[in-house]
Design a protein around this ligand. Structure first.
Ligand code: IYR
Length: 254
């Protein structure tokens, strides 16, 4: 994947080799070559404040749970827009911003997505997933019935753009698109939690192309994450899971 660069080097502009499939020419950077570099300002916080803020952020992050039971209470569109703006601040390879977020509140579209997901997930659970996999999942009580896809007021679908398309139709290389979009997803999930809403990090297996089609998205976009977003149902439950202790996840080298 990361050798797209060397392939590109063989493509000489001004020759017949530049086709629809070709990538941007290697002579010109994708960003302006005279891109300005400006001062960065940071107001230093005291050590006390650093610790207070880090602890406060941990408290918020630690309260996050994956929810499977949603209320149908509506969520303001402006809130969803702010959340997507936050996700769009993620760092990306060569600042290519290789993501598209689709926010769906339309009941018919939600219902069509639910149909696709439930149809595929039934096959996943019954045939495609191993016995070991479904056994490992059984304590979490998941199955192919995904009521939350129609009850949650919003579905946010995150697509990664495996490449971009330049105004002249040439392909733009999206370096590290997988990682860049994963980071954006992390920011989005944490922003949802910070806001006071809940979500479920769902990755519907084998549903990407069908969902992409009903949304009319181009073939350079691949579905990575489907997030129902809303308030938890009044009687919502979550599995009583514990997280690893810091000593199990941190190795300090001083
Ligand atoms: N995608 C399926 C199955 C599933 C898989 C894992 I790994 C989970 O942590 C949870 C569910 C589903 O959404 O039901």
């Amino acid at each position: 994947k990361f050798f797209e660069h060397s392939v590109e080097r063989t493509v000489q502009s001004g020759t017949s080799i530049l086709t629809e499939e070709s990538t941007e020419s290697s002579e010109k950077p994708a960003l302006p070559h005279d891109l300005k570099h400006i001062p960065y300002y940071n107001v230093r916080k005291s050590k006390k404040e650093l610790l207070a803020r880090a602890s406060e952020f941990y408290r918020i992050a630690a309260a996050r749970r994956t929810l499977r039971f949603f209320s149908d209470d509506p969520v303001p569109k402006e809130v969803i827009r702010e959340l997507i703006k936050a996700a769009g601040t993620a760092p990306s390879g060569a600042h290519t911003e290789p993501w598209t977020f689709i926010a769906i509140s339309d009941p018919t579209t939600k219902s069509n997505i639910r149909d696709i997901v439930e149809q595929e997930e039934e096959i996943n659970y019954k045939k495609r997933m191993s016995i070991k996999w479904t056994t490992d999942l059984s304590p979490l009580r998941t199955n192919w019935i995904k009521e939350y896809l129609t009850t949650a007021p919003y579905l946010i679908l995150v697509f990664k753009q495996t490449y971009g398309i330049l105004p002249n139709g040439q392909r733009k290389i999206h370096y590290y698109h997988e990682l860049s979009v994963s980071i954006a997803c992390g920011i989005l999930i944490t922003a949802i939690q910070y806001t006071g809403l809940v979500t479920l990090t769902s990755t519907p297996m084998n549903c990407g192309p069908a969902i992409r089609n009903i949304l009319g998205r181009p073939s350079n976009e691949k579905l990575v994450l489907l997030l129902p977003v809303g308030y938890p149902a009044k009687d919502a439950t979550v599995p009583d899971l514990q997280r690893k202790d810091l000593t199990e996840i941190l190795v300090e080298i001083d």
